[in-house]
Design a binder for this molecule. Structure first.
Ligand code: PGA
Length: 247
């Protein structure tokens, strides 16, 4: 099995209006697809327009969440099938903001992953410890449990990635040391190999949490880091491009 190219994914969160599509177009105009796969995950209402605007470019479009059912009486929700229908190729699932604000458990995340696979979307499944969990020395236990619980067997042989995002590093400007990142990524790799055998060796493990142009090179070159999930710094094309070029 060959190792996939690194994935750099931008998570716009609840930011961006139609005018922001220009940032995505600027990224697509400058990115060199040989080095990495690049994705932008805008708010759901921009997915269709963004996928139209980026047609023919190498930049992929993704959602930030999806329901576990394909359709039904779930007011306000969006299904994986709908994201795919709107032009998305990927979807972020289990982001800590959703785990915290909407009480998404590993079981719920795993059901959402199954829905994403049914819809033909490539999931980016997020895991990560809180500051209290890190200070209690529980980081590896928590992250391993999240990986085991959030990745259903249906992922075997399918394209997906895992994003390690320490909750305390998200949007805070704080980042773990490279040693801390490598320690957790190694634990995730071990778990993936146990769960998926050979395939587990090639699944990209992204790092996320305050990645910016100034720290991207060091993080992206750390061992077992197969890309990045970038929040705030993905909103401006020049910052996002600087991170991609740091590879
Ligand atoms: P940040 O967010 O880069 O703004 O810290 C990362 C994320 O939440 O995916």
């Amino acid at each position: 099995m060959t190792t996939p190219r690194p994935l750099i994914a931008g998570n716009w969160k609840m930011n961006g209006l139609a005018a922001s599509l220009d940032e995505a177009i600027e990224v697509a105009g400058s990115v060199r697809p040989v080095d990495a796969r690049v994705a932008i995950c805008p708010p759901a209402v921009l997915i269709h327009r963004m996928s139209e605007a980026l047609k023919g470019t190498s930049v992929l479009v993704g959602g930030q969440d999806a329901h576990w059912d394909d359709r039904g009486a779930f007011t306000g929700d969006v299904s994986a099938e709908m994201l795919a229908d709107a032009g998305a190729q990927m979807v972020i699932l289990g982001h800590s903001e959703r785990r915290a604000a909407y009480r998404e458990t590993d079981e719920i995340v795993a059901r959402k992953v199954e829905a994403a696979v049914r819809a033909g979307l490539e999931p980016i499944v997020c895991v990560g410890e809180t500051l209290a969990e890190r200070e209690a020395g529980d980081t590896l236990d928590i992250v391993t449990r999240q990986v085991r619980g959030s990745l259903p067997p249906v992922l075997a042989g399918k394209p997906f990635s895992v994003a390690y995002e320490p909750v305390w590093a998200i949007g805070s400007g704080l980042t773990p040391t490279i040693d801390q990142i490598e320690e957790v990524h190694r634990a995730i790799r071990d778990t993936l190999e146990k769960m998926f055998g050979d395939h587990g060796r090639t699944i990209p493990i992204l790092y996320g949490g305050s990645v910016k142009p100034s720290n991207a090179a060091e993080i992206l070159h750390a061992s077992e880091v197969g890309g990045a999930l970038v929040g705030g710094a993905s909103l401006k094309a020049q910052d996002f491009l600087a991170i991609i070029r740091a590879l």
